[in-house]
Design a protein around this ligand. Structure first.
Ligand code: C5P
Length: 224
């Protein structure tokens, strides 16, 4: 059967990752979390106290940035590694979330990560989620989905997720973080968050998780 590329873009906290993961499992595809790559780059810059205004500092820090993904059979989940260290939990913290949009607007960071993402998807059979997957990373993707959901609903879902991981955060902090990231991601100069002209829009505010996954599976089957 022919393998395709599925690009899932949308606002922060819409459930793109969990949807993309479930979709990849059903189709036997590889799931790639491009946001985790921007988060890992952000953690790397924070750890090395990189001055984001200084292009040379950013460029030399990018040279020592190595991001990889490994499947953990104990948790049944794919985890993110930064220079050989498992950073899966740390990259989801509010500290990283509060800085990631500043890092992801830097042209040189995007060029490096987009090229790695294109390489990861070159053999097709991938589901990749992010902000510019259907517009920049894979403009020829056979299926593009643009996910949206009401801000408060998104924040409540994210609060539950973080509380389950034992992180101390409030609903207000999450609403502020999601709204700020949406604003920065949509208005930046480099690859702003935009719905591709040929994307299918999916509002998940009132959809059950299984229904949203099944809907995308049926879109995918139409294109395979
Ligand atoms: O998907 P997630 O919310 O983990 O992404 C974190 C941040 O990484 C986003 O708010 C955005 O600034 C950046 N990002 C991006 N382009 C992507 C994926 C994520 O700019 N393709």
């Amino acid at each position: 059967m022919q393998k395709i590329v599925i690009a899932i873009d949308g606002f922060s906290g819409c459930g793109k990752s969990s949807t993309a993961k479930a979709l990849a499992k059903i189709l036997g595809y590889t799931y790639i979390d491009s946001g985790a790559m921007y988060r890992a780059a952000t953690l790397h810059f924070l750890n090395h106290k990189v001055n984001l205004e200084n292009k040379e500092d950013v460029a030399s820090s990018l040279e020592t940035l190595k991001i990889s993904f490994e499947f953990n059979p104990e948790t049944g989940k794919q985890e993110t590694f930064l220079n050989g260290q498992n950073v899966e939990n740390e990259i989801r913290s509010l500290r990283v979330s509060d800085h990631v949009s500043e890092v992801s607007k830097i042209k040189e960071v995007r060029e490096e990560l987009v090229s790695q993402q294109q390489d990861l998807g070159k053999n097709k059979g991938v589901v990749m989620d992010g902000r510019d997957i259907g517009t920049v990373v894979f403009p020829d993707a056979e299926l593009k989905v643009f996910m949206t959901a009401d801000l408060t609903i998104r924040a409540k879902r994210r609060l539950k997720e973080l509380q389950e991981k034992g992180q101390q955060v409030t609903l207000d902090e999450i609403v502020r973080n999601l709204a700020e990231r949406d604003e920065m991601d949509s208005t930046r100069k480099e690859s702003p968050l935009l719905m591709a002209k040929d994307a299918v829009e999916l509002d998940t505010s009132h959809l059950e998780f299984d229904d949203q996954v099944n809907q995308i599976v049926s879109f995918a089957k139409d294109r395979i």
